[in-house]
Design a protein around this ligand. Structure first.
Ligand SMILES: Cc1cc2nc3c(=O)[nH]c(=O)nc-3n(C[C@H](O)[C@H](O)[C@H](O)COP(=O)(O)OP(=O)(O)OC[C@H]3O[C@@H](n4cnc5c(N)ncnc54)[C@H](O)[C@@H]3O)c2cc1C
Length: 403
């Protein structure tokens, strides 16, 4: 039986290896000149390929129960698979990277394994259509191919310059699949505050509170990076999918930044700390005290907003106002950057369209769908590649078991 895989990214390469190991003739059609272009960019070039915390809350989908089935079926297969392609991990707080710290090691391991198993790579051809009758005819911009089974692994439309330009959704639509609403996710957030310019470039450890129609809906902790447009960094990325979803529902979206996360939301403790600091630090102004634990640009903005002079002492300000601002620096959110900047997409082909035990389409026999093309995305931390490997492994195993 010959199997065609469309897309030589994380999920497609995984399926290719599993199938070739089972003796199948595997062809991979890739529109780029090489495999794994997006993979090379992952984890800032280090490829955070897995996370040992595989809680369901790390994943997002309109059909999270299906994700649960996929996880339970495949999460134990991923690390043995990496071992089998020769990747030695470096594990930092449960986050997996290749020991070399280089994404290219993962790309080369996948490619060399596939090559050694005689996987046939067809480069620089873009699949334009898939016609299904008793078998499949795959039509590219240059050729057409006959296949007995097809695995659709074209990725999402996040960072299209890597090749995942969203055409997979079009292919899927032509085949009759339902696609849920797509949003950029894991992407910088855009805010409306005249003080952002003053804060540009500041990095600070914070708690981010996502507030929708005045209700707290999600919280993330970590290092935020202020930009002239808004906020960036992992903790803000992890809110960006929700930001887009709520804005699309025409809700009021704000982010309340707790600039002093070690005080949690405890106003009294913060006031007590500042009272004691004033006693201890003779002749210090409020600005001097705040600069002991906050970036000076943040301090300047706090003073500016509250109209406090740099020499003013803590005992002479309205304490409640200072503390409220430190615990809840509010930014109205107007959107996020677009797909060119997003690491993943929220949404995709509905999981209702596939059997999560096999990744086979419920509509078309012998057609499998894997990876980010599906309506699953994860938090930063190895979850998106995690889903790509897991779904790729299940599809590879299922095709080989079926035939
Ligand atoms: C900058 C960046 C950093 C990231 N870092 C991490 C990280 O550290 N950890 C993590 O878990 N996730 C990370 N991700 C997300 C992760 O890379 C993706 O979720 C994952 O690569 C998706 O795998 P995939 O196989 O579904 O699609 P892709 O890896 O995107 O592969 C799809 C392939 O299909 C090809 N293709 C598309 N359409 C066609 C067609 N019609 N014909 C032929 N070929 C086609 C594309 O050229 C592409 O090569 C990051 C993403 C980005 C952009």
């Amino acid at each position: 039986m010959n199997v065609y895989i469309i897309g030589a990214g994380a999920s497609g390469l995984t399926s290719a290896i599993i199938l070739a190991r089972r003796g199948f003739k595997v062809h991979v059609i890739e529109q780029n000149k090489k495999v794994g272009k997006k993979l090379l960019l992952t984890g800032n070039g280090r490829c955070n390929y897995w996370n040992e915390d595989q809680s369901l809350e790390k994943y997002h989908s309109n059909n999270i129960d299906m994700v649960k089935i996929i996880l339970s079926k495949s999460k134990d297969l991923v690390l043995p698979f990496f071992d089998s392609i020769g990747i030695v991990p470096k594990i930092i707080n449960g986050y997996y990277y290749p020991f070399t710290n280089q994404a290219i090691s993962v790309v080369n391991a996948l490619f060399n394994t596939a090559k050694n198993l005689n996987v046939n790579f067809i480069y620089e051809e873009k699949v334009k259509d898939i016609v299904c009758s008793s078998n499949f005819t795959i039509i590219t911009d240059k050729n057409s191919y006959k296949a007995e089974a097809v695995i659709l692994a074209t990725g999402s439309k996040a960072m299209p310059k890597t090749g995942s330009d969203g055409n997979g959704y079009e292919l899927a639509k032509k085949l009759g699949y339902n696609i849920t609403k797509i949003y950029p996710s894991l992407v910088p957030i855009i805010g409306e505050s005249k003080y952002l310019k003053d804060l540009e470039g500041v990095r600070s450890n914070v708690i981010l509170n996502l507030i929708v129609d005045d209700n707290l809906v999600k919280q993330e902790m970590g290092e935020v990076q202020f930009t002239n447009l808004g906020i960036s960094g992992i903790c803000s990325f992890n809110l960006s999918g929700e930001v887009n979803q709520y804005l699309n529902e025409k809700k009021k979206v704000e982010i309340g930044i707790n600039l002093v996360p070690w005080f949690k939301q405890d106003k009294k403790a913060l006031i007590k700390y500042l009272d004691e600091a004033e006693e201890r630090l003779i002749n210090y102004s409020l600005s001097n005290i705040l600069e002991g634990f906050l970036n000076y640009k943040i301090v300047n903005v706090i003073l500016k907003i509250l109209n406090i002079d740099t020499n003013t002492k803590w005992e002479n300000v309205i304490k409640e106002k200072v503390v409220n601002l430190l615990l809840d620096f509010r930014i109205k959110i107007s959107g996020t950057k677009d797909y060119d900047y997003s690491q993943v997409c929220r949404g995709g082909i509905s999981l209702k369209e596939i059997n999560p035990e096999t990744m086979e389409s419920r509509k078309i026999k012998n057609l499998y769908i894997v990876g980010e093309l599906l309506d699953v995305d994860g938090d930063c931390g190895g979850y998106n590649l995690g889903f790509a490997w897991m779904s790729g492994l299940i599809a590879g195993e299922s095709v080989s078991k079926e035939k």
